[in-house]
Ligand binder design. Structure first.
Ligand code: PRX
Length: 667
């Protein structure tokens, strides 16, 4: 065995609680990795726990501040302020200070789906962002305004985020796969003054008509939007010259001065809003602020990914999600590392695209999602085996629990057994990674996200609020419960934009004064944490949060539908797939054509990721006597299990009828 191998250690005989597979091997980092790691001394955990505020302050001190803070943290649950009184600019920290130190170092290496590529140095990035920031100012955007960004994965997307940060405007990035209605809803909720978009973007060989969709959103009504800045990417569309709201990026941005001072921002000023699904259906505008967020993402990027200035960090997420915000843009760039950004699909032109990109650019870190890993497994080893992946030195996973089979495949087939694998648990709301191995310290158990990041206090609580001390000398075996965070952390969300009551109700009411994440979690006898999935009505479909309510509302907005109940059922690639149970209005017959129509309808309302995988028509839905739909039973039906307790149903025959419908359909 080579020295550089991640050694399997003979396991203890304690099977992890609710493990998905009987995988008993443990994986320790190699001596070689440990020797070069940013952190290799486990004392870091005790040091952070002994004085969390001092620990976080030591990370904040690594940033460049215009004015120092006076108080590290003020916390009056749920309201937190970090680095109170301090002033800084995020763009300065992510771009300018590195440009000043070495303007020729690479900041962004970008690969377009058609195969075009571009490398941007920190010096170039600073100039281009400054020009864009000046263009935004000329469009009337300034400090305190909000801007929707609806763009493909091109470098200009990262520039748009950073240009907003430079002038003190908060961005709200809307994923390019979302529909006009979703863009409109988010733009209006955040009262955005401008939208930055592109004519289109490449996805699986076709151009996604972003400008056309933006126009449709404006037609639906976006009263606060004064200007729309449009980048030319595909050449598929032209801006509307008769409409003064539209501004061509190519006409306006290059003309601007490359001199644009960074606006000094209060540590607690809003940096961005990012919308995420909520269990009541309406998306929540999760707010992140300046100093705390940047401290959290820069510390985690450095320790979790063992990030060094000469790394090429390839995070495959889209900037429309929090993973792209924190670990494509802000975390790695704050550390002066180089990020690799890819525009398109993993199977275009062929199923080896990611591996080709890694080989071509010599990426050192790969951060992707279990759903992608399971897809690659299904496609077969021939694709990665065609490429030279020897530049990789660390692998990461995020978005949903990674099953041990996928963990092992990723470790062996992609990492060749040489790369530590970090399974990172966190959320849009937490801003930064919360539960994770530290690659130079942690002995990994496949399928477990292992331990809280230093300074983070996770609890595993029962309904009544009891739970073991997870850092205690001996954890209570097999305890499982709700994931709760009982100490503030810098990158925690400061709220839901415009809806503080909902913020309190969703996260801070279940366990008084503590953050309730909405995930189930268990702790094994060795003190390892295992994520068990959502405990609320949020589905995790291919790593994306989609609320059952959101899909139900889309379904009932169709004239044929009387009532709908949606559940996430286990799916071997996507983690969860969407099953919808639908009752139709009187006189309407459910057939294949209607099923297709309804799937398309949901796709158009929310976006393709929310399309149900299957729709079952039923005369009635199983309800309790008080009229609540029993989703648990629908899940039993959809997953082909024996039905659980049906005694609380108003009419138990309903569920049996449904089971027959399901079995007929599945054959
Ligand atoms: O259920 C957890 C799951 O994703 C949820 C957060 O989704 P989102 O806000 O979209 O952020 C995703 C990227 C950070 C969590 O509540 N989740 C995320 N990472 C993991 C995970 N579940 C298990 N293991 C993970 N590593």
């Amino acid at each position: 065995m080579s020295q550089n191998h991640t050694d399997p250690i003979p396991a203890t005989d304690h099977a992890p609680v609710e493990s998905l597979m009987h995988e008993h091997r443990l994986f320790a980092p190699s001596a070689e990795f440990v020797a070069q790691a940013n952190v290799s001394d486990p004392a870091i955990y005790d040091e952070a726990d002994a004085d969390p505020e001092a620990w976080w302050a030591s990370w904040a001190e690594k940033l460049s501040w215009v004015e120092p803070w006076t108080t590290v943290c003020e916390f009056n649950a749920p309201d937190a302020k970090w680095f109170v009184g301090g002033k800084l600019n995020v763009c300065y920290n992510c771009v300018d200070r590195h440009a000043e130190a070495d303007p020729n170092r690479r900041a962004i290496v970008w690969e377009g789906e058609p195969g075009d590529d571009r490398t941007i140095t920190f010096g170039e990035l600073k100039d281009e962002i400054s020009q864009l920031a000046n263009a935004l100012k000329a469009m009337g955007v300034g400090k305190g305004d909000r801007v929707s960004i609806y763009m493909p994965m091109v470098p200009e997307l990262a520039m748009a985020m950073l240009a907003c940060a430079r002038i003190g405007a908060a961005h709200s990035v809307v994923f390019g796969g979302f529909t006009a209605e979703s863009l409109q809803e988010r733009t209006n909720d955040a009262q955005c003054k401008a939208i930055i978009t592109a004519d289109g973007g490449w996805r699986r060989g076709s151009a996604v008509p972003l400008l056309k969709i933006t126009r449709a959103a404006l037609e639906l009504g976006c009263p606060t939007v004064e200007k729309v800045l449009v980048l030319r990417r595909t050449g598929m569309d032209e801006i509307d010259r008769h409409d003064e709201r539209f501004v061509s990026w190519h006409h306006v941005v290059p003309e601007q001065s490359t001199d644009c001072p960074c606006e000094p921002m209060d540590s607690e000023d809003m940096l961005f809003i990012l919308y995420t699904s909520g269990s009541t259906g309406k998306p929540k505008g999760v707010v992140h602020t300046t100093g705390g967020y940047l401290t959290g993402v820069s510390a985690t990027a450095k320790l979790v990914f063992d990030l060094k200035p000469d790394d090429l960090h390839f995070c495959t997420a889209d900037c429309g999600w929090i993973t792209g915000h924190s670990y494509i843009v802000y975390g790695p760039l704050a550390n002066g590392a180089t990020v690799l950004m890819y525009e398109g699909a993993p199977d275009t032109p062929d199923k080896d695209r990611f591996w080709q990109i890694i080989e071509k650019h010599r990426a050192t870190i790969l951060y992707t999602a279990p759903t992608a890993i399971r897809t690659f497994m299904k496609w077969g080893d021939e694709y990665p085996n065609r490429c030279d992946l020897s530049s990789l030195r660390l692998l990461g996973s995020v978005g949903e629990p990674i099953n041990p089979e996928a963990w092992i495949w990723y470790h062996e087939t992609i990492g060749k057994g040489n790369c530590p694998l970090v399974d990172t648990w966190w959320q849009t709301e937490t801003g930064a990674i919360m539960v994770t191995p530290l690659p130079g310290i942690t002995v990994a158990k496949p399928g477990s996200a292992t331990h809280p990041f230093p300074g983070i206090s996770i609890r595993v609580l029962t309904e009544e609020g009891h739970g073991p001390d997870i850092r205690g000398p001996k954890a209570e075996p097999a305890s499982s419960g709700f994931l709760v965070i009982d100490r503030p952390w810098p990158s925690m969300t400061r709220g839901i934009f415009g809806d503080h009551d909902r913020f309190i109700k969703t996260y801070w009411s279940r366990f008084d004064g503590k953050y309730f994440a909405g995930d189930g979690i268990s702790l094994d006898e060795d003190g390892y944490l295992w994520l068990l999935g959502r405990v609320d009505d949020i589905m995790l479909v291919a790593g994306h949060n989609i609320s059952t309510m959101e899909v139900e509302s889309a379904l009932v907005s169709h004239p044929a539908v009387a009532e709908a109940a949606v559940i996430g059922k286990t799916h071997d690639v996507k983690g969860q797939a969407i099953s919808a149970f639908v009752t139709l209005r009187a006189g309407i017959h459910g057939d294949e054509a209607l099923e297709k129509t309804l799937k398309k309808h949901v796709g158009e309302k929310i976006g393709p990721i929310a399309r149900p995988d299957d729709i079952f028509f039923s005369a009635e839905l199983p309800k309790t006597r008080s009229g609540k739909i029993m989703r648990r039973l629908l899940r039993d039906v959809a997953e082909g299990r024996a039905l659980g307790d049906t005694t609380t149903l108003a009419d138990p025959s309903v569920v049996n009828a449904l089971k027959n419908v399901y079995e007929d359909k599945e054959g």
